[in-house]
Design a protein around this ligand. Structure first.
Ligand code: MRU
Length: 342
């Protein structure tokens, strides 16, 4: 059983699992306002491309609850203000922009005052979440033949249930293989600097009873050289139409290593992660996070305070390194002519 990363609270707030606290503690937080959701996205309480989009859509709903009695113009003005705030929270995952644009479009097309538009938006945010859950399952089904009994899969960062509205993207075929009774071993890159692999992927796999082994990021090449890895599956934050894609920093190194060692390398993502406006990976905005994330481990300084640090949160892997893309439409190869964005 995979974990559920997001829900509506009974009062209509956005209920999240605060991912900063894992794996020590599973803390749920109810985010009552759009500002609180934007802050949760910025500070990685909620993270992972699909989940960021879902949380932002739900944040628009939670953040406009009090304006239901407002006339249409006042309601829409506040909605646009919140959409701008949420859209600026993180730059790389296109799912954030995609979900917010969809919500704003739906609001514009819904007649009536605040109450009517709000109700329509609540249904739309729930649809975005449920569609993501369904896309995760289809990604899993598409990837299931790649994970036979005894498979050893390596993954990076967290592209599991904690990053989506369902069973994840990169982890979806692993969950379904496990459910089908196949023995699967997962090597989990710890994923410095903030350890989404060690803290989150390992936590959700252990929770689901799937054997996993955390490795230092630098260990992946050596394992591949010893033929201990059958395939690599990673997620994506944005895929350009030519198949170049952004994912957690370190993904590119992994792709180069996989090609060098003849290990198949798959990128799993819902079609909402395909940016149809982008020809190649050169145009993907890469988030630069605080240097302190690199210089500290679990809050403790592990480098001289005076040392500089670079902290790009993502890198771009050129399409030629990808064996195939696992999307909700099946096993795909670029060019991608359509996402769900039109
Ligand atoms: O900084 P994060 O933790 O949001 O980065 C997440 C990733 O890089 C994931 O691999 C990606 O968003 C895909 S999640 C299904």
């Amino acid at each position: 059983m995979s974990v559920q990363a997001i829900a509506w609270s009974p009062s209509g707030a956005v209920r999240i699992v605060d991912q900063r606290a894992l794996p020590e503690a599973r803390i749920e937080r109810d985010l009552e306002s759009g500002e609180a959701v934007a802050d949760a996205i910025r500070t990685l309480q909620v993270r992972g491309a699909p989940l960021i989009g879902i949380a932002a859509a739900m944040g628009l709903v939670a953040g406009t609850r009090e304006l239901r009695a407002a006339p249409r113009e006042g309601f829409l003005a506040r909605l646009h203000e919140l959409a701008a705030l949420l859209g600026a929270a993180r730059p790389t995952a296109v799912n954030l922009r995609w979900a917010l644009d969809r919500m704003v479009r739906v609001a514009a097309a819904t007649p009536g005052g605040g109450a009517a538009v709000w109700e329509r938006l609540q249904a739309e945010a729930t649809d975005i979440w449920e569609e993501d859950r369904a896309m995760c399952r289809r990604i899993g089904e598409a990837g299931l033949p790649l994970v036979p009994d005894g498979a050893k899969v390596l993954t990076h960062c967290n592209a599991g249930a904690l990053a989506t509205g369902g069973i994840g993207t990169a982890l979806a075929p692993i969950y379904l293989a496990h459910d089908a009774g196949r023995r699967v071993e997962v090597f989990v890159d710890e994923t410095r600097p903030v350890l989404q692999g060690a803290r989150l992927t390992a936590w959700e796999l252990v929770h689901a009873g799937i054997p996993c082994t955390v490795i230092a990021d630098g260990a992946a090449g050596s394992l591949m050289r010893q033929a201990k890895v059958d395939l690599v599956i990673v997620g994506a934050d944005r895929i350009a139409t030519n198949g170049d894609f952004a994912n957690k920093i370190g993904t590119y190194s992994l792709a180069v290593l996989a090609l060098h060692h003849g290990v198949p390398f798959y990128c799993a993502a819902p079609s909402s992660t395909i940016d149809v406006a982008l020809a190649d990976g050169g145009g993907i905005p890469i988030e630069q996070r605080a240097p302190d994330e690199v210089k500290r481990v679990a809050g403790r300084l592990v480098a001289p305070a005076e040392a500089g640090a670079l902290n790009p949160a993502f890198d771009v892997t050129p399409a030629r390194y990808v064996t195939a893309f696992l999307t909700d439409r099946g096993l795909e190869h670029p060019p991608f002519r359509d996402g769900t964005q039109r």
